[in-house]
Design a protein. Structure first.
Length: 158
């Protein structure tokens, strides 16, 4: 009988320690959203055709926020066919949610493009860049190449 009571007492102490640990850690509702989910959960779902890295604090155009880059799409032979879906995806999502194009945030060149949008004080930027493989200095760029996509969302968007 004493053994049973001792076992029950040990179990109750262990349960009490576990409950205390949960209370000290805070409830799940109070836990902050992990940074790797900020753009996906708050700005827009990340473009599903890409594999994304970890989100990082970033400053773009003098604005603080978070940026995330895709893993490179390797061995691209046609940059336009690789980037068109990405660009259309964000253009339609941003326009539908009332964001306005901000050409002061835009830039581009061979194999690269940056587009910026504003909504109130919030900034959202999407971009892609290309790493041309085997192109010699002074020669025109050519593929095969690797393309990397990046998203940035300001703190104000959160």
């Amino acid at each position: 009988m004493n053994r049973v009571l001792l076992s029950a007492g040990v179990l109750l102490v262990a349960l009490g320690v576990a409950i205390a640990a949960l209370l000290l850690a805070g409830s799940p509702a109070e836990a902050p959203v992990p940074s790797a989910q900020r753009l996906a959960a708050i700005a827009y779902p990340l473009y599903p055709s890409l594999s994304w890295g970890a989100e990082q604090p970033s400053t773009q155009a003098g604005v603080s926020g978070y940026a995330v880059s895709s893993r490179p799409v390797v061995g691209v032979s046609d940059i336009a066919s690789t980037t068109e879906g990405f660009v259309r995806y964000y253009q339609s999502k941003l326009a539908a949610d009332g964001w306005s194009v901000d050409n002061s945030l835009a830039a581009g060149g061979p194999g690269a493009d940056v587009a910026g949008y504003r909504k109130g004080n919030a900034v959202f930027i999407y971009a892609y860049s290309t790493d041309f493989k085997g192109t010699q200095p002074g020669e025109p760029v050519s593929c095969p190449c690797d393309v990397t996509f990046t998203l940035f969302s300001s703190e104000a968007a959160h």
